[in-house]
Design a protein around this ligand. Structure first.
Ligand SMILES: [Zn+2]
Ligand SMILES: [Zn+2]
Length: 380
C-alpha cells in the first residue's frame, strides 16, 4: 500500500477525472503557496505534499502505476524534465497555446520557496591559439608574445550594453533570469524545457538606450598582445590554459579562458618519452669491441659517452638527470642511450684478411651465446 494517499491529499475520489485532479491541485497549490505564507513550515509542508500528489496523479501514466503498485516509480522532478526540477525560475510564461498551464507553472516556479531572481551567469567563450616552439624553447621554457583578437567587456556600460550602464530594464518575460520555460507536446505528454529567453536573448535585460561605445553589445572586439610564460618541460600537443583570458561574457559572467595549443619541433636525434630523452646510438663494431668515446647530444650541449670495450649490441646507458625538467618541479628525467652496433657495408681485401686473423684467434668459448646455441644444436 502507498505510504501517502495522494487522492486524499488532493481531496478527490479515486475515480476523479484528470480535469478534476488538475483543478483540485490548482486550488490547493494556491492555498498553500509559500509566497502567501512565508515562514510557515506547516504550509510549506502541505504545499510540497500537494505538489508531490499532483506530480503523480496529474500524469495518467504515473497515476496508473500508483493505482496498481502504490508508487509512481520515478523521480518526483520528472515532471519538469530532469534535474532542473522545481528549482525556482522567477518566470512567467508566454507560451500562449497552453494557457491553462501558465498559472500552474507560475506556482511551480517558486516550488520549495527557492525563488531565484538573480541573473544566471554565462561564462564567456574560450579562445584557442596555436603556438610553435623549438625543441630548446620547450625544454627550457620561454616567453612568447601572441596576438589575440578577443572580446573585452565594454567599460563604458560595464558590460550591460546599455548607455552608461543604466539605460536598461529587467526583461519582463524572464524577470532577469535570462531563462524561460517552453512547453512542448511529445508522445510522452507535455514536456517543459528550460531555454534561453527569446525576448531578451538570454541577457535578462532589455536595453532602452544602447551604449554608443559597443553598440549595445556589452563588449568590444580588441586586438591584444598577450605575453605567455611557457614553463620548462612543456611537450608537443599539450594545451596551456590561461584562466579568464578568453572572451568577455555576453551576460556579465566570468571571462572565458585562453587555450594555448603547443606544438614542439622535433629534435633531429633526441626523442622525447615523457620527461626522458631517448637516443638510438649507432657505433662501429670496432668501437664496440675496442671501446672508446662517442659524442652525443644532450639538452645542455654535447657530451662524450664512454663506450667500454666489448660492449654488446643494444646495451642501454642511462644518463641520470640529463633528460627534461618536469613541469613545475625541480626534477629531471634521464637520457637513455641505446647502443646499436653497426657492421661496415663493405670492406677491402686487406681488411677482410685482418678479420680472418681475428676470427682464427678468438676462441668459441668467448662467444657465450653462440656457444650455448651450438651446444643445444648438437644435441638435436
Ligand atoms: Zn528575458
Ligand atoms: Zn558598452
Amino acid at each position: 500500500m502507498p505510504n501517502k494517499d495522494y487522492y486524499d491529499i488532493l481531496g478527490v475520489s479515486k475515480s476523479a477525472s484528470q480535469d478534476d485532479i488538475k483543478s483540485a491541485y490548482r486550488k490547493l497549490a494556491k492555498l498553500y503557496h509559500p509566497d502567501l505564507h512565508p515562514n510557515d513550515p506547516e504550509c510549506a509542508k502541505k504545499f510540497k505534499e500537494v505538489n508531490e500528489a499532483y506530480e503523480v496523479l496529474g500524469d495518467s501514466g504515473k497515476r496508473s502505476n500508483y493505482d496498481q503498485f502504490g508508487s509512481a516509480s520515478g523521480n518526483p522532478n520528472d515532471f519538469f524534465g530532469g534535474s532542473n526540477g522545481a528549482g525556482g525560475f522567477g518566470g512567467r510564461f508566454n507560451t500562449g497555446s497552453f494557457s491553462g498551464f501558465e498559472d500552474i507553472f507560475d506556482i511551480f516556479s517558486s516550488f520549495g520557496g527557492r525563488e531565484r531572481k538573480s541573473e544566471i551567469q554565462v561564462t564567456g567563450e574560450d579562445i584557442e591559439v596555436n603556438i610553435n616552439l623549438s625543441f630548446k624553447e620547450a625544454v627550457f621554457g620561454c616567453e612568447k608574445t601572441i596576438k589575440v583578437t578577443k572580446l573585452d567587456k565594454c567599460d563604458s556600460c560595464r558590460g550591460t550594453g546599455a548607455k552608461d550602464g543604466k539605460e536598461y530594464e529587467t526583461c519582463p518575460d524572464c524577470h532577469g533570469s535570462g531563462q524561460a520555460r517552453y512547453t512542448q507536446n511529445t508522445i510522452f505528454g507535455q514536456m517543459v524545457n528550460v531555454g534561453p529567453c527569446k525576448t531578451c536573448n538570454a541577457t535578462g535585460k532589455i536595453v532602452k538606450t544602447k551604449c554608443p561605445h559597443c553598440n549595445g553589445k556589452g563588449n568590444i572586439k580588441t586586438q591584444q598582445e598577450i605575453k605567455i610564460k611557457i614553463p620548462a618541460g612543456i611537450d608537443n600537443d599539450q594545451t596551456m590554459t590561461m584562466r579568464g583570458k578568453g572572451n568577455a561574457s555576453v551576460r556579465n559572467g566570468p571571462n572565458g579562458d585562453l587555450l594555448i595549443n603547443v606544438s614542439v619541433e622535433q629534435h633531429p636525434l633526441l626523442v622525447r618519452d615523457g620527461y626522458n630523452l631517448l637516443l638510438d646510438l649507432p657505433i662501429p663494431f670496432t668501437t664496440a669491441c675496442l671501446g672508446g668515446k662517442v659524442k652525443i647530444p644532450t639538452t645542455e650541449g654535447f657530451y662524450d659517452l664512454t663506450i667500454p670495450s666489448l660492449t654488446q649490441p643494444n646495451t642501454v646507458f642511462k644518463l641520470k638527470n640529463k633528460g627534461i625538467k618536469y613541469l613545475q618541479k625541480d626534477v629531471y628525467g634521464d637520457l637513455i642511450v641505446t647502443v646499436r652496433i653497426e657492421m661496415p657495408k663493405d670492406i677491402s681485401k686487406y681488411e677482410k684478411e685482418l678479420v680472418e686473423k681475428l676470427d682464427d684467434n678468438i676462441s668459441l668459448s668467448s662467444y657465450k651465446k653462440f656457444k650455448t646455441y651450438q651446444d643445444k644444436l648438437s644435441k638435436l
